[in-house]
Each structure stands twice: as structure tokens, then as C-alpha cells.
Write a protein that binds this ligand. Structure first.
Ligand SMILES: [Zn+2]
Length: 313
């Protein structure tokens, strides 16, 4: 194994990682390098410039879960060919977002696998991809809960939602490896508005589904290598966030002086501003040390919960 791929720094440590292992290091450093770790004897965690895919090494070829975008997809094809002597024969999609699947075109063009590539996704994901009409369509559509066999390795696909309607948990059952992206960000605060989640309630339900399935280690798409404790931490944070935000809403709604204006949005804007002012310092005090970067996203988190309380709950 070399320490660079076409001039890009390649950080690979052979051997299956121990339980609870973290890559650490600055995310800014990883934004310029490729980091590879072994989650099991045949499953790799591949971080290319801060985005993560999972690769299964089969007896004859490799399966790529999330082709990412370019130039990341191209880098993974080259990495597998040159460092692991294997061609990609199969792709899976975790959800329809272009930053995680746009590179499928590049994989289709550059793989030297002798047969047409299979692209696997759930029916729900396939339907989302079809509506957009810009990315290669899945060739194998699975119903919710269906399994897929890749060279004798069983993968179970289930839609958990929370981020998009088609957000899929792909579980490599025998290896205890889960691939489920854009929901949990290990060693970081959760993303702005919980990654544009459908709604805070849906987001929490997705975390619960993720925590109910049996797996040991997680490819989360961003952040560090994930473990079940990361999902528990996110659930704990959501519970605390909801409690504090609900208290702030009650406090503000019972206050005598409420702004009104000539726009129907004025009162809503005033409520949002006051709830943020009351809830954010309390949340930061409790959670900042455990969730790096929280100060950037906490206002958006409070607003997600506020919308949930006012309109969806
Ligand atoms: Zn996404």
C-alpha cells in the first residue's frame, strides 16, 4: 500500500479496528485526503475528502455502498483497483441526494468489470431517483426489509427516513456493519436543521429505528467512525433539546407582551426570536462540550423543534 494516490494523501491502517476506535484528526485534514479503515475482514470504511462510503470486498469483485460524487467516485475506483486489486461490480444507494450518488456515472464509465454493473436500492429510493431523472437508475429494486446477496454476503435494506423519505439503513448483517448516512455525525454536533430532516419528529423516529437494529459499527457519511453510543448520544441530545425548547415556548407564549405587526408573520418571527434567546444558552451550557461545533447549528436545531411543536406534533 502506498501513502498517496495520484498525489492525494492516502491513510490506510490494515487490520480490523477495535471496538470504539476513532480516526480522530482534524476534519479539515481529511478534507484533503483519503482515509481507509477495516470495519471487518471484508468491509472497508472509505473517507474521501470528508465524505464516506462503505466497500465490501467479495471473492471476485467489490460492492460500493454510495458512490459519492466526483472526483471522489473516481478516486474510489482507482483505490480499489490499484491498492486492493479488485474491480467494482455493484453499487448501492443509501438515498437519492446527489452528493452521495452523483458519482455513479463515473463508476459506470471507469470500472473494468466484465459485466454490466448492478445498482441496488430500495423501491422507495429508486422512485426518488427516477423522479429526478439525472442519476443512473437502480437495476435491482428491493422491497422494504428485503435482503440482497453480494457474492455470499447478506445485506439487509430498510428505509428509516428522517433525512429523506428514502433514507436507507444498509446492514451487512454477519459483519455487524451498518451504513446509514446524514443522520448521525459521530464526534460532531448534528448538522444544521438536522441535515434538512423532514421534521424533528421524523428525525428522532429514524434514530430510534437505527438504534433498534443489530449492528456494531456505522458508516455515517460524515464525521468519524460511528458506534451505537453515537446514536444514543444523538437521541439523548434530542430529548434534552425538546424539553428545553418546549419550556421556552410555554414561557414565551404566556408572556404578556407579544409583538404583533402588519404582517401575519410578525408574531411568528417574534416567537422564534424569543424562543431562541431563551433556549440556546441553556442548551449550549449542557451540550457544547460533548458536541463539537454545536454553537453553529444550535439555533437551527431549536427552530426544528419549534416547528415540530407548533405544526407537526
Ligand atoms: Zn443527504
Amino acid at each position: 500500500m502506498t501513502d498517496s494516490l495520484d498525489g492525494v494523501r492516502l491513510d490506510y491502517t490494515a487490520g480490523v479496528i477495535p471496538s470504539g476506535y476513532r480516526v480522530y484528526g482534524s476534519v479539515a485534514t481529511r478534507r484533503n485526503s483519503i482515509t481507509v479503515r477495516q470495519l471487518s475482514p471484508r468491509v472497508l470504511w472509505v473517507d474521501v475528502f470528508g465524505y464516506q462510503a462503505t466497500v465490501l470486498i467479495g471473492a471476485n469483485s467489490a460492492m460500493l455502498i454510495d458512490p459519492l460524487d466526483d472526483p471522489r467516485a473516481h478516486a474510489i475506483v482507482e483505490l480499489m483497483r490499484r491498492e486492493f486489486s479488485v474491480e467494482i461490480s455493484c453499487i448501492a444507494y443509501s438515498h437519492w441526494h446527489g452528493d452521495h450518488i452523483r458519482g455513479a456515472n463515473s463508476v459506470l464509465e471507469s470500472t473494468r468489470w466484465r459485466e454490466p454493473l448492478s445498482i441496488v436500492a430500495t423501491e422507495v429510493c429508486a422512485s426518488e431517483v427516477r423522479v429526478r431523472g439525472i442519476y443512473p437508475l437502480p437495476t435491482i429494486e428491493l422491497r422494504v426489509g428485503d435482503s440482497f446477496d453480494f457474492e455470499g454476503i447478506e445485506l439487509r435494506f430498510s428505509n428509516v427516513g428522517g433525512h429523506t423519505v428514502d433514507s436507507t439503513l444498509i446492514n451487512v448483517v454477519a459483519d455487524g456493519v451498518a451504513h446509514c448516512v446524514d443522520l448521525v455525525h459521530p464526534l460532531q454536533a448534528e448538522f444544521f436543521s438536522f441535515g434538512a430532516a423532514l421534521g424533528f419528529g421524523d428525525y428522532v423516529r429514524a434514530l430510534e429505528k437505527l438504534s433498534e437494529q443489530k449492528w456494531t459499527v456505522l458508516t455515517a457519511g460524515h464525521g468519524d467512525i460511528g458506534w451505537p453510543s453515537d446514536v444514543q448520544l444523538a437521541l439523548e441530545y434530542c430529548a434534552g433539546l425538546k424539553r428545553v425548547t418546549a419550556e421556552a415556548v410555554r414561557e414565551v407564549q404566556s408572556a404578556p407582551e407579544r409583538a404583533t405587526g402588519d404582517s401575519p408573520m410578525a408574531a411568528a418571527a417574534d416567537l422564534r426570536k424569543r424562543v431562541i434567546a431563551s433556549a440556546v444558552p441553556k442548551i449550549e451550557r449542557v451540550w457544547s462540550a460533548r458536541l463539537p461545533g454545536l454553537k453553529f447549528a444550535v439555533e437551527s436545531h431549536v427552530l426544528s423543534v419549534l416547528d415540530d411543536i407548533l405544526y407537526f406534533d
